[in-house]
Design a protein around this ligand. Structure first.
Ligand code: FES
Length: 495
């Protein structure tokens, strides 16, 4: 669809969008720190327990403070201010990190729990769940790439007043309701159209109408009872309780480099105490999160330990981060070319560290489409390896039960290597945006992936894994067929 170009520097439909595409900054390959495969396998392990515990505690504080606020308000006591301050922060600030982690699908092992928390937290933080899911996908593809990233909070020169008003959501609220009204009317902004696929439009409009109905109901209740009390629970928390969001959130990227392809240069990792880490769900490990978005929040401290030798020095605390941010953004007001340069460690890692994921190539020649990939022992249960052959890349999987499957190696969404992803059951989760495929038939199982993968037959013979390259797109029934005749595989193995 044709869109008119704008000259606004940070527009997603402007000159810098074209420039980012021409310079290869869009959907580019980013630097990742090497992590031994076995370590990464343990870091990727999903559990329901930590997020259930943290979510129950979070809801308990929310409900407890809300009830206390109600009782004291009804009693006419000014002490109601205290529980409402707690309620407001939990509702409007800490919902941000719940929105974020469940949006990645990594908070819980059980997917419906992620989806339920995502919808609730999106409403609380005043982010429409569907457009923001896609906006965040783009943010991870093109972090702080000008003309591509819709979530750049500190453009240059910075809007200092706007960001100060942001502590009370005075920018967020009008923008949120403007877009909500637009979506209720069945329209999207031109920028949203650059990252929300058309197949999602109906969902955007339906969710917007539900949200609008809730707000109108709350307003109706407030008018009926001639009291602001209903709004103290839904709506006003954004005014009086969102101040903690920017205190945490601006440490992520403010004042750092634009248009680089290394998250160590445009993200911050800030050490925080356990209370802040509970409220923020460990998003203070922001470099690590951007580099490895598959790792759930409760494993980020361990990931940090695994990669910190390859990271710039983390900030000692929130205060240390803000002591850098404030002068940096004030300087950018006068000098928009200024940014904080993060110092990378040299040498980056010990020479023993693995250089990257292992890539297998063909052993011997192809016979009747069959090619030898590797010795079977290289592919563990619930694991995936990458196999490159004649300019193509493949992913070969082994299930927990030992069955072999193979698909095209690149994600159909953003062409990330699936062999760097996470295998669970029959699913492969993409390392870039947490999209999922069923690798037994290639079907998409979680957004943002929408297009199926090509599948191939894989077999094990004589302790070696073979891949059938000639016949892509196997049917389910093929998986039930007996293994390929032994002599064919033998020939491929020995030639
Ligand atoms: Fe986006 Fe795979 S590249 S989900």
């Amino acid at each position: 669809m044709a869109v008119s170009l704008t000259k606004r520097k940070y527009s997603l439909v402007g000159e810098n969008t074209i420039a980012a595409l021409q310079k290869g900054l869009a959907e580019a390959t980013w630097y990742t720190s090497p992590v031994p495969k076995e370590t990464m396998r343990t870091l990727l392990e999903r559990r329901d327990g930590p997020a259930i515990r943290d979510t129950l505690l979070w809801f308990a504080i929310l409900v407890g403070s809300g009830l206390a606020g109600y009782a004291l308000w009804r009693a006419g006591s000014w002490w109601a201010v205290i529980p409402f301050m707690i309620y407001g922060v939990i509702y409007a600030s800490t919902s941000d990190s719940r929105w974020h982690e469940s949006g990645h699908g990594t908070a819980f092992k059980t997917n419906w729990m992620n989806n339920a928390l995502y919808e609730i937290a999106s409403f609380m933080v005043m982010r429409e769940s569907v457009p923001w899911r896609w906006s965040h996908v783009r943010h991870h593809s093109d972090t702080i790439i000008v003309g591509r990233d819709p979530e750049i909070v500190w453009p240059r020169p910075p809007d200092v007043l706007g960001n100060v008003l942001g502590f009370f959501s005075l920018r967020t609220i009008p923008l949120y309701f403007r877009n909500l009204a637009l979506h209720c009317a069945g329209r999207l902004t031109p920028e949203e159209k650059t990252y929300v696929p058309e197949s999602e439009y109906a969902k955007v409009f339906a969710r917007a109408r539900i949200c609008m109905a809730i707000y109108l109901t709350v307003l109706g209740l407030a008018a009926y009872y001639r009291s602001v009390l209903p709004l103290m629970y839904i709506g006003f928390p954004q005014l009086y309780g969102a101040w903690l969001t920017p205190i945490y959130g601006h440490t992520q990227h403010a004042g750092l480099a634009e248009n680089v392809l290394d998250h160590r240069l445009n993200c911050r990792t800030v050490y925080m105490n356990p209370v802040n880490r509970f409220l923020y769900w460990n998003m203070n490990y922001h470099v690590e999160h951007h580099m490895f978005p598959l790792v759930p929040y409760y494993n980020l401290p361990r990931l940090h330990e695994a990669v910190k030798a390859d990271m710039p020095t983390p900030y000692r605390n929130l205060f240390a981060a803000w002591r850098e941010i404030v002068p940096a953004v004030l300087r950018q007001v006068k000098d928009p070319s200024y940014f904080v340069e993060r110092k990378l460690p040299t040498p980056t890692l010990s020479p023993d560290a693995p250089a990257g994921p292992r890539i297998f190539t063909a052993k011997g020649r192809v016979v009747d489409g069959w090619v030898e990939v590797c010795v079977g022992g290289f592919l563990q249960p619930e694991d995936v390896i990458r196999f490159d052959h004649e300019g193509e890349t493949y992913a070969v999987y082994r299930t927990a039960e030992g069955a072999l499957f193979a698909t095209a190696g690149l994600c159909t969404h953003g062409r990330a290597h699936l062999a760097e992803g996470f295998v669970k059951g029959r699913l492969i989760e993409c390392p870039k945006h947490n999209g999922r495929f069923d690798f037994t038939d290639g079907s998409p199982q979680r957004k943002p992936v929408c297009v199926a993968l090509r599948t191939f037959q894989a077999r094990e013979h004589d302790g070696k894994i073979f891949l059938q390259l000639a016949r892509a797109g196997i049917e389910k029934k093929d998986l039930l067929q007996p293994a390929e005749p032994t002599e064919r595989l033998q020939t491929a193995a020995t030639t």
